[in-house]
Each structure stands twice: as C-alpha cells, then as structure tokens.
Design a protein around this ligand. Structure first.
Ligand code: MN
Length: 330
C-alpha cells in the first residue's frame, strides 16, 4: 500500500521516535503550560510505560511553581512530576507532548532547544513543526491516541496506570467520544485501554462533574451577559478577574465555560473572552461546523483545531471583540 505523504510522514516519525526511545536510558518529558488531561495524560502515560521499560524518566511543564490541576490525582504516575527547575538543562532525549508550538513549552523552551534529540508528539494542525523528530498527526483525536500507537509500535507491557492516563486524554479531547475527530481508530485505542483495570466511571466524574459552586455562579454571570450577534451567527461572553474574585474561583476553574456557551443552537460560533491575571484577554473559540475558528485563531497568533481554537488578544475587551467580528465577517 502506498501511503499519502502525511500518513507516510506519521509512519516514519513513529518508527524514528520508537527507535530513539527504545535506545534511550534517560528521557525527560514535557507538555504544554496550563496542561489539560490530554497533555498531562499523554506525558504521564508515556512516562509510565518508559519507566516500566527500565528507563529513568521525569515529567514537567514550564511553569514555576507547577500549577497542578485538581484532577491530577486521578492520573496515576504524578509522582514522576518534577518542578521545571529540576528538569535537565540539556536533556539527551526530550519529548514534548500535545505542544502546538515551542512557546507553549513556557520555561522549558530553552531546555528543548538544547536537547540532543527532541521528539515532538502532537495532533494540532497548526503546529509549525519543531524538534528533531516530528510525530504530528492532525487526524488523531488526541495526543494520547498517538502515544498509544507509539507504545504499540515499541512493544512490551503498558502498565495499568499508564493506560488510565492515556484514556483520560482520549476522553476529554473527544468530548467523551463525541467530536468530529473521533474515528474507528480512536475507539479501537479506547477499547484496548479499557481492557486495563481502572475506574473509568470515577474518572469521568472527576473530569466532567466536579464543579465548585462558585464556578456555577460564574456561569450564571457569563450567560446573563452573553451577546448574540445573529448576522455572524456568534454568541460571545466574557469573564474578568473581578468576576472570579467575587465567586472565589480561579480562571482554571472556568475552563469549561465555553462548553456551556457553545450549546446555544442560535450560533455557529461560541466565544468566551477571559481576562488573565496579567490583564490580557484570552479568547476561546468553538465552531459547530461552518466557521474555521482554527484559521482565525492562527491569524491572531494562537492556534488549535478547525472547530476548537484559541489565542491571547493584544488589546482590551472591546477591541478584541471588534477584531474577532471583523475576522468572522471575512
Ligand atoms: Mn490534545
């Protein structure tokens, strides 16, 4: 069978990554800052597997100190995490997971530059390509799906804890196996992972049904002030640091707000603009099907997927929404 170039590249990169990791004795793994379960799950899943193969491994992301998410406790292997200052300055082999661009490595971007081998494993279409080995498959539902394929290629046992980590990334990046990117291959990988004993029902609860009451109050505020722009098929809202302070939550607690906003049938595009601690506004975008929000995010210096993307705006709130509306107008 002759594979089309992108598929051939993926197969070649899988081979090359497997070869390097099989020979390595010491592997340092990193994921993107402000990690989601796909980032942390793919990192800890691969690390757990490599540790079981007798390799020395450590994991981190480029935030000092590590801002550990609440749900981290359901991912076995979090004892493999080290603060970024304890990450090797020039790792012999480094792996970046779910990291759409070098700057998403935050404080570990310099370590990545000095790494002798830098394996990038990712599924973001907007990834510009970096590292010495680029294992990039935009068709993969999640980085965890790609890591599973890499582990299959390498052979040997997948520890139960590592399987649970990979399942967490599959579950969240596919919206519980709902999104467009969920393929028969995704479900095959999920089925393989579920042959391992871990409490997937509890995992779902921790990842999807564990909100602080303050978050629910913030959802009410955000929905109350949501603006519908019918001619652009857009529904947008925003949150400020003051809103969070009033509810006693952090912006990380409000990551899923966009998932409520995007359920409005009146809009193709959902947008949540969130003020960060440094005052800048982060824009999260979702599209039901028509708009390519990945292209819009990329134009504003961000990235993501066709139907889910984001970026950090340079201006104030009003300026940000005006620029977005102009981009949607095309
Ligand atoms: Mn991902």
């Amino acid at each position: 069978m002759t594979l089309a170039p992108p598929e051939r590249d993926v197969a070649a990169a899988l081979d090359r990554a497997a070869e390097i990791l099989a020979a390595a004795l010491d592997v340092s793994l990193a994921c993107h800052v402000n990690p989601d379960p796909d980032a942390l799950g793919s990192m800890l899943g691969l690390a757990g597997y490599l540790a079981a193969q007798g390799k020395k491994v450590r994991c981190s992301w480029g935030a000092q100190p590590l801002d550990r998410p609440r749900w981290l406790s359901i991912l076995p292997g979090h004892q493999l995490l080290v603060e970024p200052k304890r990450f090797p300055a020039s790792p012999p082999v480094m792996v970046a997971l779910d990291t759409a661009s070098p700057d998403r490595l935050g404080g570990l971007a310099a370590n990545a530059q000095r790494a002798a081998e830098m394996i990038v494993i990712d599924h973001h279409r907007t990834n510009p390509g970096f590292g010495t080995v680029l294992l990039l498959d935009p068709v993969a539902s999640s980085t965890c799906e790609l890591v599973f394929r890499l582990i299959e290629r390498m052979g040997g046992e997948l520890p139960d804890g590592a399987a649970a980590c990979l399942y967490a990334g599959l579950l969240t990046d596919t919206g519980r196996f709902q999104y467009e990117a969920t393929t028969p291959e995704t479900l095959r990988v999920a089925a393989e992972l579920r042959t391992h004993p871990f409490d997937h029902a509890r995992m779902g609860q921790v990842l999807f049904e564990d909100n602080a009451l303050g978050y629910l109050r913030v959802v009410a505020v955000a929905l109350e002030r949501a603006v519908h722009v019918p001619d652009l098929s857009l529904l947008w809202t925003y949150l400020t640091q003051a809103d969070l302070a009033a509810a006693g939550i952090t912006m990380g607690d409000a990551d899923d707000l966009i998932d409520v906003v995007r359920t409005a049938r009146e809009a193709d595009v959902a947008c949540v603009i969130k003020q960060q601690r440094d005052g800048r506004f982060k824009v999260s975008l979702r599209s039901r099907s028509v708009a390519d929000v990945g292209a819009i995010a990329l134009a504003f210096g961000g990235g993501g997927h066709r139907l889910a993307a984001g970026y950090t705006a340079t201006g104030g709130l009003e300026e940000t929404i005006e620029a977005l509306e102009a981009a949607l107008r095309g």
